[in-house]
Design a binder for this molecule. Structure first.
Ligand code: BTN
Length: 263
């Protein structure tokens, strides 16, 4: 079932949302919820506005890519939040953390974060986060999650690497319950960031991330570095120690996990 603005507002009221979802806007179709939220910010909307859509005609992904969805089968939303000085790089990670915590708690699936903010299930991507800001002091933190459907419903080039939650659960997932669980956690995690508690966020993210402790190959700005991913930084950067022992910090890039060594 596709949740309406009233149902979402009601559900959030029941869980006493502090900031996230103070106002809710639901579209059957929109170009991009990130763009929709940023347009509202330009027109004076305040922190906490949630813009959700059942489908996007110009969904935006990381690194200038597009984001495809299955109409009515995905959670597609953006929240206007205030990136705080020193913690802005962790804002998308806090959103990814909230999704993974909610999926684990609500659906008992071993969801993980793959740096920087991919949402993965058994190494296949079921969602992603994109934070965008065009001037102004608010950012649109956009989340896309493949919930009810199958990779076969997505464009061909995504089918080998994408995942949906419902096949793993073995039944359709209630979108409203999952959304409520995510937003409740996003509210908590955002509050921690607002209090400057980046340590707790980094610790929780590292616990649920599938990259730290693995041999990786990182491609960033034309540079390629292979080595051991050793941890997240409070800026949201990933630290990688190369084979010569040098530590590189990446704020953005494309990470590939190298196969685990045979024992
Ligand atoms: C990624 O490339 O992994 C990030 C994908 C983020 C997609 C979401 S869907 C809701 C919001 N609106 C957008 O246009 N993009 C984000």
């Amino acid at each position: 079932m596709r949740p309406s603005a009233d149902e979402i507002t009601q559900a959030l009221r029941a869980t006493a949302g502090r900031v996230v979802g103070r106002r809710v806007e639901v579209h059957e179709e929109i170009d991009s919820t990130n763009l929709g939220a940023l347009r509202r910010a330009e027109a004076g909307a305040s922190e906490g506005l949630l813009v959700l859509a059942h489908t996007q005609t110009a969904g935006r992904g990381r690194l200038g890519r597009s984001w495809a969805d299955v109409p009515g089968g995905c959670l597609l939303f953006s929240v206007l939040l205030r990136p705080l000085r020193g913690a802005e790089g962790l804002l998308p990670a806090a959103a990814a953390l909230s999704v993974v915590e909610a999926v684990r708690a609500e659906l008992q699936l071993q969801a993980e974060i793959r740096w920087p903010n991919d949402l993965v299930l058994a190494e296949r991507k079921f969602g992603g986060v994109l934070a965008e800001r065009f001037g102004g002091d608010l950012a649109a933190v956009g989340v896309g999650i493949n919930v009810n459907g199958s990779p076969a419903d997505l464009p061909e080039e995504l089918r080998d690497t994408a995942a949906f939650l419902s096949p793993a659960v073995g039944a359709d997932v209630d979108l409203l319950s999952l959304l409520r669980a995510i937003l409740r956690r996003l509210d908590d995690n955002y509050l921690l960031l607002c209090e400057g508690d980046t340590r707790t966020i980094v610790k929780r993210v590292e616990e649920l991330d599938c990259v730290v402790g693995r041999q990786v190959c990182m491609l960033a700005g034309g540079e390629q570095v292979s080595g051991l991913a050793i941890g997240w930084r409070p800026t949201g950067a990933l630290a990688v120690r190369d084979d010569l022992g040098r530590v590189h910090e990446f704020q953005a890039g494309e990470v590939t996990l190298r196969p685990r060594a045979e024992r």
